[in-house]
Design a protein around this ligand. Sequence first.
Ligand code: NDP
Ligand SMILES: O=C(O)C1=N[C@H](C(=O)O)C[C@H](O)C1
Length: 242
Amino acid sequence: MTSIGIYGSLGRMGTAIRDILAVQGVRLAGGADAGDDPAELARAADALVDFSTASALPAHLAAARDAGTPIVIGTTGLSAADHALIDDAARDIAVLQTGNTSLGVVLLTRLVREAATRLGADWDIEIVEAHHRHKLDAPSGTALMLGEAAAAGRGVSLGEVRVADRAGLSGARAEGTIGFASLRGGSIVGDHSVMLATEGERIELAHRAEDRAIFARGAVRAALWLADQPAGRYTMDAVLGL
Ligand SMILES: NC(=O)C1=CN([C@@H]2O[C@H](COP(=O)(O)OP(=O)(O)OC[C@H]3O[C@@H](n4cnc5c(N)ncnc54)[C@H](OP(=O)(O)O)[C@@H]3O)[C@@H](O)[C@H]2O)C=CC1
Ligand SMILES: O=C(O)C1=N[C@H](C(=O)O)C[C@H](O)C1
């Protein structure tokens, strides 16, 4: 039976994943948290999931690569350098990185791309996300993923059109930009909405996570799938056969 190891096993997501493993009867290879040796877990597990913190990613990725163990990276707040490390590791092991492991967000991402493809640049795109008060990164990984999908639909790169800060006299909205706004409060699990607005009408596409179990189920499904894949970089679309 495939065993799964968890980086960040004592956190909110680590706890939710351990619960799902128990419900589904999937073997837990163990957990590693701050101060533990990531290499030991990587050698013990058939597949790894990482829901820890961005600063720990290089060490977790290196441990997975050395052990030849596939890894699902759910941790957000990743830098361009982290993404380059993931691309490099994916030459030797199977790596799946995603800002959101829920089925609903995978579908939302597709809908956003489709909408952005079909609507012209006179439709303004704004992405709003809300999360619990403990969240460390903004915009959320999911918001960035939705922004990437919208930008891809328009045939541009998100880096060229992204606007994440409108404090002060920021001026009128520039056509073709994609705006981000982040709210933080209480225990919100994760809300994302994408607004496409033009003169006289607007469309809103939204997803609301009500329970971390949706992310945990997706992460376990992804890890079990990834355990049988050859080296490469994958997304949740591949897991779901989309
Ligand atoms: N892709 C997705 O679907 C989802 C992604 N996330 C992302 O997952 C990450 C974790 O979220 P969440 O569980 O809420 O956060 P938590 O803060 O609850 O959990 C993070 C855990 O990682 C531990 N940790 C810190 N440093 C290390 C390290 N060097 N090695 C191993 N573990 C370490 C923390 O320990 P300590 O507390 O001692 O520092 C903590 O137990 C975030 O980046 C979040 O955005 C969250 C939900 C869904
Ligand atoms: O930190 C969280 O909690 C979440 N993080 C992910 C993100 O950054 O998008 C996914 C989900 O929204 C919950």
